[in-house]
Design a protein around this ligand. Structure first.
Ligand SMILES: NC(=O)c1ccc[n+]([C@@H]2O[C@H](COP(=O)([O-])OP(=O)(O)OC[C@H]3O[C@@H](n4cnc5c(N)ncnc54)[C@H](OP(=O)(O)O)[C@@H]3O)[C@@H](O)[C@H]2O)c1
Ligand SMILES: *[C@@H]1O[C@H](CO)[C@@H](O)[C@H](O)[C@H]1NC(C)=O
Ligand SMILES: *[C@@H]1O[C@H](CO)[C@@H](O)[C@H](O)[C@H]1NC(C)=O
Ligand SMILES: *[C@@H]1O[C@H](CO)[C@@H](O)[C@H](O)[C@H]1NC(C)=O
Ligand SMILES: *[C@@H]1O[C@H](CO)[C@@H](O)[C@H](O)[C@H]1NC(C)=O
Length: 309
């Protein structure tokens, strides 16, 4: 008995200590969540970072919503996408609605020889925010070797999802560093955090974006530049092939309204309360369970990437 008692006393204090620690951790998380998602606060973006915001892939989906939200904050907007028609449409809508200047650049990010053109068009602009949004996935989940036109798909996905992030950052970061101000938002994906089988290339390119952003943030935060990696789950856009938004698959507007408020507060974010909760649940799941779930995505038709006509 005498041998057991001191041990029991010790265990008691270990238990009490652990409990206190956990309670503290949970309260901190709750307070942070309250501040982030519930309380109203100024978005961390705006003309104070620089007059212009550049958004890639900005005529549809998440990119278009970022362009609109940044214009709403009073920033002038450079829109970059492929189709000049869509660019003109979105640009005149933004000019009318938010009374800010706009500029458009029509390029295809699957090519490598577009960056001189972009550089020329951006010359002389004071750029405060860059949103690296443009990205593509495949038509449907598929085993690596079965992907149609594989050689070309590899090249395109890497150019648009990886090269564009690096080269665009290369173009605007010197100006930001010179003024010690700026924010770079890289739109990654939850599939970059948890590898998704049958979307292997997409998933891996998004992981690159996530790593790049996190390390870039560390390198440049002392120079006044905020780099954020945004890791959304499903957002109802053309890319995800989802038409009708739901609570867990919000519209691009709903998603981006929440996400811009996290700028300056979270360098890595799911961007949206429900996605953040899903992220917490997933981080508790063993990886085999997650793998099993995502392997059956294609078949179950209830997926991320099913064609819903
Ligand atoms: N939707 C989701 O569930 C989800 C989830 C996680 C992450 N994401 C990420 O969020 C980002 C945006 O996705 P989204 O769902 O908003 O996509 P989206 O609705 O398909 O919009 C894509 C935008 O990019 C432009 N674009 C497409 N290909 C291009 C190219 N080769 N060169 C230049 N511009 C191009 C399109 O305009 P043009 O056709 O005129 O070129 C359009 O403005 C992507 O990086 C994606 O990986 C999305
Ligand atoms: C996923 O579904 C598509 C069409 O629904 C099919 O063509 C493709 O082969 C499927 N992929 C796998 C890996 O089962
Ligand atoms: C793809 O590339 C490989 C090697 O680089 C080549 O052997 C193969 O023929 C190419 N496939 C097509 C369809 O071009
Ligand atoms: C965004 O991408 C740029 C360039 O690739 C990188 O420097 C930066 O760290 C990234 N930011 C985040 C948050 O991933
Ligand atoms: C997932 O697990 C279930 C039950 O254990 C099993 O029947 C199914 O084959 C698994 N699916 C995959 C894709 O491994």
């Amino acid at each position: 008995m005498e041998h057991v008692l001191p041990a029991a006393g010790f265990l008691y204090w270990v238990g009490a200590g652990t409990e206190a620690y956990l309670a503290l951790r949970i309260s901190c998380s709750l307070l942070m969540a309250l501040r982030l998602w519930i309380l109203d606060h100024e978005p961390g973006v705006g003309p104070k970072l620089g007059e212009w915001a550049v958004v890639t892939g900005s005529t549809d989906g998440i990119g278009k919503s970022y362009a609109e939200q940044l214009a709403k904050c009073g920033m002038k907007i450079v829109l970059i996408s492929r189709s000049q028609d869509k660019l003109n449409q979105v640009s005149s809508k933004i000019r009318e609605k938010f009374k800010v200047d706009t500029k458009t650049i029509a390029v295809d990010f699957t090519s490598e020889d577009i960056y001189d053109k972009i550089k020329t068009s951006l010359a002389g602009l004071q750029i405060g925010v860059l949103v690296n949004n443009v990205g593509m996935s495949y038509e449907y989940p598929e085993y690596f070797l079965e992907i149609p036109d594989l050689n070309n798909t590899i090249k395109k996905l890497i150019n648009i999802n990886v090269l564009s992030v690096c080269r665009m950052t290369r173009l605007v970061l010197p100006g930001m560093a010179g003024r010690s101000k700026g924010a770079i938002l890289n739109i990654s994906s939850v599939s970059g955090m948890y590898p998704v089988p049958q979307l292997t290339i997409y998933s891996a390119t998004k992981a690159f974006v996530d790593f790049f952003s996190q390390r870039l943030h560390e390198e440049y935060k002392s120079k006044g530049i905020f780099v954020q990696s945004v890791l959304p789950f499903c957002v109802a856009t053309k890319l995800a092939k989802i038409r009708k938004p739901t609570l867990d698959k919000p519209s691009a507007d709903t998603f981006v309204k929440a996400a811009v408020k996290t700028v300056g507060l979270q360098s890595r974010t799911d961007g949206y309360l429900i996605h953040s909760l899903l992220g917490s649940v997933m981080s508790l799941m063993p990886s085999w369970m997650y793998f099993n779930m995502s392997m059956s995505l294609n078949k179950s038709q209830s997926s991320f990437y099913t064609i819903d006509n």
